[in-house]
Design a protein. Structure first.
Length: 206
């Protein structure tokens, strides 16, 4: 069924862009070396709540933002594709989503900014959600997008909560390999967005 196919595509796309395994490695590099399991759990909960709120804000207000600035869907596809492509290149090169810790901030202060926003929920997810919403024709399509994101948010929570164990299991090399693979997927998605946007813009203006 087309609905199931779209749901799977949305879920994989969001997972690849979010890259929770890569984020877990980055989060550990930002947080204190002696952080406790309880603190990690609290940070994971706060960060997850942050990205869920951000998702619904974008889903609800995304159209209004586009109308205010007079931006068309296809323009967003092209620009969003370029943003995703830059992100993908950075991921493949091993330079994705890097940020520096503020020594004046406690570990829990970092849960919302920068771990929640913009590391987990950045420009890539913002544009992707808007594109998905524009492609949605029915309420079922919107439910599919929401469910796909919520599933990924739950996976993000589980992975970040257990990031210490994942780091021990995969090691730095394993986490790097996963991030690079996600980068290839994000890059392919970006190219599809760019081509689709350009083709549709060409039809309008030529």
């Amino acid at each position: 069924m087309e609905i199931v196919s779209n749901f799977i595509q949305q879920s994989i796309t969001i997972f690849a862009i979010m890259d929770p395994i890569g984020i877990s490695a980055l989060a550990l590099s930002l947080l204190s070396p002696n952080i406790t399991k309880t603190q990690i759990s609290t940070i994971a909960r706060k960060s997850t709540l942050t990205i869920i709120i951000a998702f619904f804000v974008v889903l609800i207000t995304g159209d209004a933002i586009l109308k205010i600035f007079g931006i068309g869907e296809n323009s967003i596809k092209v620009m969003g594709g370029i943003i995703l492509l830059m992100m993908a290149i950075a991921m493949v090169n091993g330079n994705s989503k890097k940020s520096k810790n503020d020594d004046n901030k406690s570990d829990e202060d970092l849960a919302i900014i920068p771990i929640g926003i913009p590391i987990a929920f950045g420009a890539g997810l913002f544009t992707t959600i808007i594109i998905f919403k524009h492609n949605a024709n029915t309420l079922v399509d919107l439910v599919s997008i929401t469910l796909a994101f919520c599933i990924n948010a739950f996976l993000f929570y589980l992975i970040l909560k257990n990031s210490i164990y994942i780091k021990k299991l995969l090691g730095a090399t394993g986490q790097s390999v996963v991030t690079r693979l996600m980068g290839l997927i994000v890059g392919a998605i970006a190219v599809q967005f760019i081509i689709s946007g350009i083709v549709n813009l060409t039809k309008v203006y030529l």
